[in-house]
Design a protein around this ligand. Sequence first.
Ligand SMILES: [Zn+2]
Length: 368
Amino acid sequence: MFQNIKVTIPTENIGSIPRPKELIDNINSFKNGMISKEQMDKAYEESIKDTIEKLKKCGCSVVTDGEQLKPSFLTYPISGSAQCEDNGLEITFSDGHKRSVPILSSLIQPPFKYKTYAKEYIDNARKYTDLPIKQSVISVSAMSLLYPSVSINNYSREQFIKDMLNEVERDIRMCLEAGAQTVTIDCTEARLALKLDPSGDLLKQFIKLNDQVLTRFSPEELKRIGIHSCPGADHDSTHSMEVDYCRILLPSLLQLPVGKFYLEFAAESNKQDIILCISKNIRPEQIIFFGVTNVNDPRIETPEEIRDMLLEIYKYIPIEQFGSCDDCGFSPFFDDLSTSRDIAFAKIDARIKGTKLAEEIINKHLNE
Ligand SMILES: [Zn+2]
């Protein structure tokens, strides 16, 4: 019997693309008062435009602004806010370098409010493309780390969490209303939580916080919301690679009621176990985007190896329930120059080509 089945494997990037060196120089000059706001805005606009054009050239059907405007995936809502200060909790990466999470100021005038909402980035990117736009936002669990270990006098932790849940909801909702095709929640601290507390209690608290935000959205909205999990990516090193993906992390994450997951995968050594763990825990309404390019490794994957990774996944996960992505953003922090833009776009190009190759083979197989 003649059949004509045609499936498509969706493929998307996570968010950040390395900023051009000139943009970073301009950001530093602007901080030192050496260039005007107009000059700074122009540099941002050029960089967003170039990023979107290059993503289109690679064949991306959904684009991001490459987070060119974000100081980092974590700090964008509170950058420049008088409610927060630098140097809160320190996160140590595998090469020994550290990044610190901001901390609430003891002089905060409640309630806690975001200074910047991610919707702004969608509006900017929209000037340069008609393609669907994907936007990442920071998770409520990462934001919970802002509250200091010693209570603030006029602002209890409980009240802060209430205010923050509202702000995170608002950030996501505004992106959905601005027409984002997908809003992904960056949840890198999920894996870190298991490193800091192997018992799983901290992760449980993080999952509960995310669940509290997500229950505020309708089933239709949840289809457009995704979660990204990874062991970190900064200066080509990770903060929690040693944590076992399958023991608690994947089963806990997959309980969250979102429609899409963007999971680091290419850098893992026990891929088979991970695929099996996902196939055991996946629910029918979920789509899993597997990372097929390792953002912490300068080697550019070949389309053939990406094809083979996806064909292995196809053996265990229904075709309509998986896609491909990069393991993480290429530069979650604006000043990370460890990966060049050229390497990032070459990896994206390989991902799209490799995904197409897998798709052709699967379509042939389905029509046999
Ligand atoms: Zn990541």
